[in-house]
Ligand binder design. Structure first.
Ligand code: GTP
Ligand code: MG
Length: 266
């Protein structure tokens, strides 16, 4: 068996889930950015709860957003106890809204989000890593890390599902949207892990809806579900590490404690 440090596998992940204008996603996002932030920069002082979604045209065409509807979050090294190290590169697939028209910015060819977010070949020349909202416009005052070679080949997906109650968003809407994404991911033949967010404010029936969704027969029991909270820093690495193990076809798989078990064990 590989000993610690002997091998580093590279895993490129896209974080996806309900995105769009307020009419689609409700009064708040589902927690994609907070999950990415906590995973890439876990320390309390690097964790922001407020991330970008409504932008000026200038910020949209700046080098961080770079006229794309995805963010490059950078890299992080994580280990599993059996001695395997994984280097993750992370992108967040979202939809940026113009603060003048409150409509999504028009990019090149704009497919609907549920299709676009499952792209496995990502490219954007000279795109800078996103760190936080305040970085926009004063990029030089932050670490400037460029998306290597201007491209990324996605190995697997983390599909986010919000189990908290958000005004102006129905649970049916989120289930349908998420199912459409999962069906498109299935077509890519890449693995996916479902991560529920905001379990610190969860609604029991929404938690059940998420579990019911991954148990649909078309997914053949192949979609693990991890219950997380970015604010409470619970079960953050687990979803990504499980995805890495599936991509890596490892025999051993991490156990998945429920949110309450994981929160107690901290
Ligand atoms: P868009 O990219 O704009 O579609 O949103 P998003 O999916 O990236 O959501 P984001 O991470 O920006 O979070 C949206 C809101 O949910 C913010 O107000 C966050 O503070 C809140 N939020 C995110 N994670 C958690 C969490 O773990 N617990 C709670 N209670 N709130 C959270
Ligand atoms: Mg976001």
């Amino acid at each position: 068996m590989a000993r610690k440090g002997e091998s580093i596998r590279t895993i490129n992940v896209a974080v996806v889930g309900l995105s769009g204008v307020e009419k689609d996603k409700g009064h708040a996002g589902i927690g994609k950015s907070c999950l990415c932030n906590r995973f890439i920069r876990p320390h309390a002082e690097d964790y922001n709860i407020d991330h970008i979604s409504v932008l000026s045209q200038t910020d949209f065409s700046g080098r961080v957003v770079n006229n794309d509807h995805f963010l490059y979050w950078g890299e992080v090294l994580k280990s599993i106890d059996d001695g395997i190290d994984y280097q993750f590169s992370l992108i967040e697939q979202t939809e940026f809204i113009d603060d003048a028209s409150f409509q999504p910015f028009k990019g090149g060819k704009m497919e609907p989000y549920v299709k676009r977010c499952t792209a496995t070949k990502i490219s954007s020349a000279e795109k800078l890593m996103y760190i936080c909202k305040n970085q926009l416009g004063i990029e030089k005052e932050y670490e400037q890390k460029v998306l290597p070679d201007g491209r990324l080949s996605i190995d697997g997906f983390v599909c986010v599902f919000d189990v908290s109650v958000v005004p102006s968003r129905s649970i049916e809407k989120q289930v349908d949207f998420c199912a459409a994404i999962l069906n498109n991911i299935l077509k890519t033949k890449k693995p996916v892990v479902m991560v529920t967010t905001k379990n610190d404010e969860s609604n029991d029936s929404f938690v059940r809806e998420a579990h019911k969704l991954v148990q649909r027969s078309e997914y053949k029991g192949n979609i693990p579900l991890v219950e997380s909270s970015s604010h409470e820093n619970v079960n953050i690495d687990l979803g990504f590490l499980l995805l890495a193990q599936i991509i890596d076809k490892t025999k051993l798989r991490l156990k998945i404690p429920s949110y309450s078990e994981a929160a107690l064990a901290r």
